[in-house]
Design a protein around this ligand. Sequence first.
Ligand SMILES: *Cc1c(COP(=O)(O)O)cnc(C)c1O
Length: 450
Amino acid sequence: MADTPEQSGDNPDSTPADFAGTTPRRKPKPEIEKIGNRKLKPATLMMGHGYDPVLSEGSLKPPIFLTSTFAFENAAAGKRHFEGITGKRPGGAEGLVYSRFNGPNQEICEDRLSVWEEAEEALVFSSGMSAIATVLLANVNQGDVVVHSGPLYAATETLINRVLGRFGVTFLDFPAGASREEVDTLLEKAKTMATGSGKVAIVYLESPANPTNALVDIEMVREARDAAFGADGPPIAMDNTFLGPLWQQPLKHGADISIYSLTKYVGGHSDLVAGGVMGSKAHLDPIRAMRNTIGTITDPNTAWMLLRSLETVELRMTRAGENAEKVCAFLRDHPKVEGLGYLGFLEEGSSQRDIYDRHCSGAGSTFSVFIKGGEEESFRFLDALKIAKLAVSLGGTETLASHPAAMTHLSVPDDRKAALGITDNLVRVSIGVEDADDLIADFMQALEQV
Ligand SMILES: *Cc1c(COP(=O)(O)O)cnc(C)c1O
């Protein structure tokens, strides 16, 4: 339920009449989250959670609230709001104050987002990167050490290594598939590194890693963190863009903060840029305070678009996942395909498969295809595609294909590319919600051109 007074109706300062205009007063209805003992599923809650039409002239869908500021009931109410915002009074803001802090569309969006991981709270941001930057700025001080899994989204690596590096922050990384021993060793090393200059500020994960699809064992990292630091160790944050919110829910496996580029599967139509963060109130409070300070919140229009997207996120991801499985089954046996980096085909008995079985409920729809040959053959394949569009990004309704070595990872040094397995014959594919057999026909004819 939104904590906006006009939505929850629990603030005596604000009555439905404030928003009802000249229409007869109607009381907001209590929100339905259960029928008998049955707890309603996220797919159901996406159509109404956190919004009551009664409070907006009966408008079935939330209006877009285009305003930069919100009128106070009286001076004392204004003071109370600021006491909440500034932390003078615990409990945070009770109402809306100024649009750099929050707005009705963003709050409804946050309420609905949090449902997917059963998170206490969620925050929305202007992009995935502004979400990541705000999480890091809220947690990291001069002289601190950041521990992270590798590889990370390229801009995240730049932010940690180069930007935070300018402020005296150092980092240590372990490969995504690392064992408990490797992580233990690294955490001890990080502790030693931080001694005298600061602390180990955050353990930052990304899983599956891009473009290798290597999975991080969140449960294991949580155990290692707890063993190394005890109860008040650094928070574990995880970028869950590739499998969230449907196929992987890091908060349930020991992460403290789950981060999303909502630009991808959640937005899902390749028509917006946004980010999200979910977790406990205790972990999100400093992040919200940093967002209030630097203004990395998303705008009302994008928040409204995200609300529309959330209504179909399960439908779209389910269909895209089924399509990807069919396309990969076709590609696996094709003579011009050397291999596949697809989570649905992990080797039985391997440690990656073990992580997958414990953490993931689906293999996603973003994978790597290794074409027999090199750049020339891969380019011929890409240029021959008729349905799949040639573009970076992922998680949209349409199928996209790209060449990481020549595009997203062009600036990565050759030895690092080799270490990450970013070869010249690697084609990255994000499957959409088209007809699966049409997609297979497209891949079939394009492979014939190789
Ligand atoms: C796209 C992406 C980001 C960055 O998100 P933006 O919305 O483009 O800022 C971060 N992490 C991962 C894994 C991504 O795919």
